[in-house]
Design a protein around this ligand. Structure first.
Ligand code: AMP
Ligand code: ZN
Ligand code: FE
Ligand code: FE
Length: 289
């Protein structure tokens, strides 16, 4: 089974990379990619944990771009994690995450929901490879007893256009595609069914987008089919994965992470994976000739 979309505690996932790999192995996953938000901090640990289990490991990342003041996620695969251009870009992304997190903490306090997240912010500042995000603020709202779970925190306060929402400052989708390509990687538009703005795709394709994430835990079967067809229309490959953040407990529960995506709930077909890898290999060949 192939899963190319997993989160660890290097960003907003519940478990450290080594534990995600062990759990993935137990769920029958044989090829995986850890795709943390705006950080590659979990990748070495992922590779080290995957090797003795015979798991095939692909370097991955999920980068947040800004499109019409909204977040748009771009996945990157098969890139060189040591690329200086990529890492410099990610540093600015994580700095903006801290700024935004702080601004949202002020906003929730103004709404009468004070939370103490100094330790989290300090950790992100000290371990600058760690990526802060709204789910961690959601957890603080849950711990303080203001909301029942991450989902309620997003629905009432943190989601796009909600009262405590603060827009991100950052790169456009086209720029992010260029940054992934510049590090030797393949860019894939993450969960387009959740984004709901297919009109962004043509300009991303013109900037070098090579895939779209047709297979995703929140895509209904008809949505998967629709994006497989759209990929064919644009001559793109498809990627896919669970978007696992926690242990896949009851939908939206604090224990279950962001959502109900369990390991093994989504599998990318082998032929789709082979196509992605072929694109990465031929890209590398073209660059070296
Ligand atoms: P951020 O990186 O700070 O923009 O936060 C984005 C993260 O929040 C993503 O990983 C999503 O999985 C999570 N998220 C977005 N919307 C929701 C929601 N309605 N309920 C729970 N988690 C969400
Ligand atoms: Zn996340
Ligand atoms: Fe995402
Ligand atoms: Fe994700």
């Amino acid at each position: 089974m192939i899963d190319l979309h997993l989160h660890t505690s290097a960003s907003d996932g519940r478990y450290p990379a080594a534990e995600v790999v062990l759990r993935a192995h137990a769920a029958g996953i044989t090829t995986l990619s850890v795709t943390d938000h705006d950080t590659t901090a979990g990748l070495d640990e992922t590779a080290r944990a995957a090797a003795p289990l015979g798991i095939e490991y692909v370097p991955g990342i999920e980068i947040t771009a800004v499109w019409r003041r909204k977040d748009l996620h771009v996945l990157g695969y098969f890139f060189d994690p040591r690329s200086p251009g990529l890492q410099a870009f990610l540093v600015t992304q994580r700095q903006d995450r801290i700024r935004r997190f702080r601004a949202m903490v002020v906003k929730v306090a103004e709404l009468g929901l004070p939370v103490d997240v100094d330790a989290l912010v300090e950790r992100a500042e000290r371990h600058s490879h760690h990526s802060l995000g709204r789910p961690l603020l959601a957890d603080a709202l849950v711990s303080a007893g203001y909301v029942a779970d991450r989902r309620e925190a997003f629905d009432r306060y943190l989601g796009d256009d909600c009262a405590a929402f603060v827009p991100r400052a950052g790169a456009s989708p086209e720029e992010v595609v260029g940054i992934i390509a510049g590090a030797g990687g393949i860019a894939s538009l993450a969960h387009p069914g959740l984004l709901g703005h297919d009109e962004v795709i043509p300009s991303m394709v013109a900037s070098g987008l090579q895939a779209i994430e047709a297979y995703h835990s929140k895509h209904a079967p008809a949505t998967v089919l629709r994006y497989v067809r759209l990929a064919e229309h644009y001559g793109l490959a498809v990627s896919g994965g669970s978007d696992f953040h926690g242990d896949g407990g009851p939908s939206g529960s604090a224990r279950g992470g962001n959502d109900s995506a369990a390991l093994g709930c989504v599998a990318l077909p082998r032929d789709a994976f082979d196509r992605l890898r072929e694109l990465a290999v031929s890209g590398a060949r073209a660059r070296s000739s």
